[in-house]
Ligand binder design. Structure first.
Ligand code: 4NP
Length: 155
């Protein structure tokens, strides 16, 4: 069993999109029995909220339904439970890192580290941008989630 947690700031845009996209890829490739997937936010503003409607619409266009997801805040227990804690940007990384014991720091990685297509490390926050931002973010998430699964299968 491999346990994967996606983390962003609000848990209403990037990390639920990654959770939904990774669930779809994992299911299509037949690994749903052996990979546990969740997402959380470092902030508490949106606890209990559904994903942003723009994120839901962009995901729906790619066959991913985010409507059942509800935002939650990342916890100290998550650092123990999950094998991989995949952050979207430097701020997420700093926040999660400050919550983690030294022995868990190695679990924290940028999701984009798994990409073979994108050189940068950060998936930008689309919250204050236009609709186009959500498709750009989903492109990044989709490709890195495919490579993430490749990496998990190989390990
Ligand atoms: P996310 O986007 O971290 O990708 O979920 C954000 C959502 C909400 C806020 C910031 C980022 N906010 O400040 O409310």
């Amino acid at each position: 069993m491999k346990r994967v947690l996606f983390v962003c700031l609000g848990n209403i845009c990037r990390s639920p999109s990654a959770e939904g996209m990774f669930r779809k890829i994992v299911r299509e490739r037949g690994y749903e029995e052996v990979i546990e997937i969740d997402s959380a936010g470092t902030g508490d503003w949106h606890i209990g909220h559904s994903p942003d409607h723009r994120a839901q619409e962009a995901a729906t266009r790619r066959g991913v339904d985010l409507s059942d997801l509800r935002a939650r805040q990342v916890s100290n227990e998550d650092m123990i439970h999950y094998d991989l804690i995949l952050v979207m940007d430097r701020r997420n990384r700093a926040d999660v890192s400050s919550m983690s014991q030294p022995e868990y720091q190695h679990k924290i990685r940028y999701l984009l580290e798994y990409s073979e297509q994108y050189e940068e490390l950060e998936i930008p926050d689309p919250y204050y941008g236009g609709v186009h931002g959500f498709d750009v973010v989903l492109d990044m998430i989709e490709e890195s989630c495919e490579r993430l699964l490749d990496s998990i299968i190989k390990s």
